[in-house]
Design a protein around this ligand. Structure first.
Ligand code: GRF
Length: 220
């Protein structure tokens, strides 16, 4: 962490699982010119490896176990209290497997982003790789979007594609898509911290212009 640069935008990451996207963000945040600092990682599963990754990087963690709450509203209220303590400029959902309440989403509108393993609006929800195969998609990929009240339905900031080949399985597709996730998410977080992306009404502004189609990660 860059404690000597208190003016950098504060990033708070929420994760539930293995945390490979968190790891990619941690590594990017160590780059000298990275325009933000990860101030905390929050988690809803005590055994999530994401917590380990955060601890290894000396990032503060907090735990809000959804099993300790009898309603989604109570869970979200507790989560929100933790988040507000850190006063983040950006909340990054990185494999955070909870559906958030409308109140939560509204409270952080414009500073809450998610990564979803499909080319939205195709394949919202779960099992996206198998569903892409079942649908005969030739192109699949990943999207980073602002979170709004509609599940996986907020304006898409950027996408990266992968080609689907006949030999692909849900596992091989997951691997290919995750490799793109690890490139794409740090880029979008960087843009946000540089002030290049804003959510204005229902539209995204990128460098002051309305973004009509999502930004694309170039093929490498
Ligand atoms: C990623 O595939 C992401 O697209 C989805 O959840 C997964 C998280 O993986 N939202 P990880 O915990 O970052 O490894």
């Amino acid at each position: 962490m860059k404690a000597d640069q208190p003016t950098l935008p504060k990033i708070l990451v929420l994760a539930s699982g293995s945390g490979t996207n968190l790891q990619a963000l941690i590594e990017s945040s160590r780059e000298r010119d990275f325009p933000g600092q990860i101030v905390a990682v929050g988690c809803n599963r005590p055994k999530a490896f994401a917590l380990e990754r955060a601890a290894q990087a000396n990032v503060e963690t907090f735990m809000v176990n959804h099993e300790d709450f009898s309603s989604r509203e109570e869970f979200d209220a507790a989560l929100m209290a933790h988040i507000l303590r850190h006063n983040p400029d950006l909340i990054v959902l990185a494999g955070f497997m909870r559906i958030l309440t409308t109140d939560f989403v509204r409270a952080f509108r414009g500073r809450l982003i998610n990564i979803h393993p499909s080319l939205l609006p195709r394949h919202t929800g779960l099992n996206t790789h198998q569903r892409a195969l079942d649908a005969g998609d030739r192109i699949h990929g990943v999207s980073v979007h602002f979170v709004t009240e509609e599940l996986d339905g907020g304006p898409v900031i950027a996408q990266a594609e992968v080609a689907v080949v006949p030999e692909d399985t849900a596992e091989t597709l997951a691997e290919k898509v995750q490799a793109k996730e690890h490139l794409l998410y740090p880029i979008v977080v960087r843009w946000f911290c540089e002030g290049r992306i804003q959510l204005g009404g229902e539209h995204i502004m990128f460098d002051g212009q309305a973004l009509n189609t999502p930004m694309r990660l170039p093929d490498n």
